[in-house]
Design a protein around this ligand. Structure first.
Ligand code: F6P
Length: 332
């Protein structure tokens, strides 16, 4: 078969491992040929692409980012988008398209497959882990690993100076990175978008932690917000900085904020992300050969399965109460 590949949305570690596995298995087992589109859906809309062979993917397993480039271009944002995607697939002689992306990139693939009959198969990736119907997305484990190492490092400096250290992590509308890294790093408070927080409660955790002679670490997801909706974050750069300032003002304990930013999205993938990305790639090319259009590969437990793309993107996967309650045991 002749197969197209694209990576869309925010980059993350493990994208190249997916591409490598697809190409290796496709070429070796089936004699497939591949076309890599540049910068996500943009490359499909304007037919910006190059042939992709085994030599192009050699040595890319541990490499972060994406050799194809990425963008947030939405092919459904323009009325003739689906027709242009179809035209490119036809002119390139493609039998199928493997779309590696998060909710928005995969959402476009779902519509193109279900409503326009285009041959798309999805692979879920994002550090946010917010794609439904899969336990994990490619890139999440690396982000959690980086965030956990950061928390470990912050513990020692917080203790030395008897300071509160706030660390802001990413996650978009979900708190998966904060929840996992907070538990793994022993955070004394974890604030996520799913559960708006009470600032007085956060301050009481800080005070009680100092009462036990330890310096507290508070992890805050970039979209976590106070329950009091009248609160304004002011001219500060983000929730982490605001929180540090408020904690210091209200408790009298010196506070500092660290914004982890794109560090958690860059660099080499962890072994788990390489394992997941490679298995997703192997199963994605199988799905193409089965003509399982409109499907996404997904991890359930340790098994890779297939789910409907439309179901995977219907709503973001969020952290439920019982999961968050596990973190709460360690607050204060
Ligand atoms: O979706 C991945 C992500 O890193 C989110 O966690 C974050 O909110 C957003 O992208 C940041 O986007 P940008 O790289 O455009 O600043």
């Amino acid at each position: 078969m002749r197969v197209g590949l694209l990576t869309g949305g925010s980059d993350c570690p493990g994208l190249n491992a997916v591409i490598r596995a697809v190409v290796r298995k496709g070429v070796q087992d089936h004699g497939d040929t591949f076309v890599g589109f540049r910068d996500g859906w943009r490359g499909v809309l304007v037919d910006d692409a190059a042939e992709l062979g085994i030599t192009d993917v050699r040595g890319t397993l541990p490499r972060g980012g994406t050799i194809l480039g990425s963008s947030r271009t939405d092919p459904l944002a323009q009325a003739d988008g689906p027709a242009r995607v179809r035209a490119t697939l036809e002119s390139r002689g493609l039998d199928g398209l493997i779309v590696i992306g998060g909710i928005h990139t995969l959402g476009a693939a779902a519509s193109l497959a279900d409503e326009h009959g285009l041959p798309c198969v999805g692979v879920p990736k994002t550090i946010d882990n917010d794609v439904s119907r899969t336990d994990y997305t490619v890139g999440f484990d690396t982000a959690v690993t980086v965030a956990t190492e950061t928390i470990d490092r912050l513990h020692t400096t917080a203790e030395s100076h008897k300071r509160v250290l706030v660390v802001e992590v990413m996650g978009r509308e979900s708190g998966w990175i904060a929840t996992y890294a907070g538990l793994a790093g022993g955070a004394n408070g974890v604030l996520i978008p799913e559960y708006p927080f009470d600032l007085e409660r956060v301050c009481s955790w800080v005070t009680s932690r100092f009462g036990a002679s330890y310096a507290p670490i508070v992890v805050v997801a970039d979209n976590a917000r106070p329950a009091d909706t009248t609160v304004r974050l002011g001219g500060l750069s983000g929730i982490g900085e605001w929180l540090g300032r408020e904690i210091e003002r209200r408790t009298g304990h010196e506070a500092r904020a660290t914004v982890l930013g794109h560090i958690q999205r860059g660099g080499t993938p962890t072994p788990f992300d390489r394992w997941l990305a490679t298995r997703f790639g192997l199963h994605a090319i199988d799905a193409v050969h089965d003509r399982a259009w409109g499907r996404m590969v997904a991890l359930r437990g340790t098994e890779v399965t297939r789910v409907r793309l439309a179901d995977a993107v219907a709503a973001p996967k969020t952290v439920d109460r019982s999961r968050y309650a596990e973190n709460e045991v360690f607050f204060g």
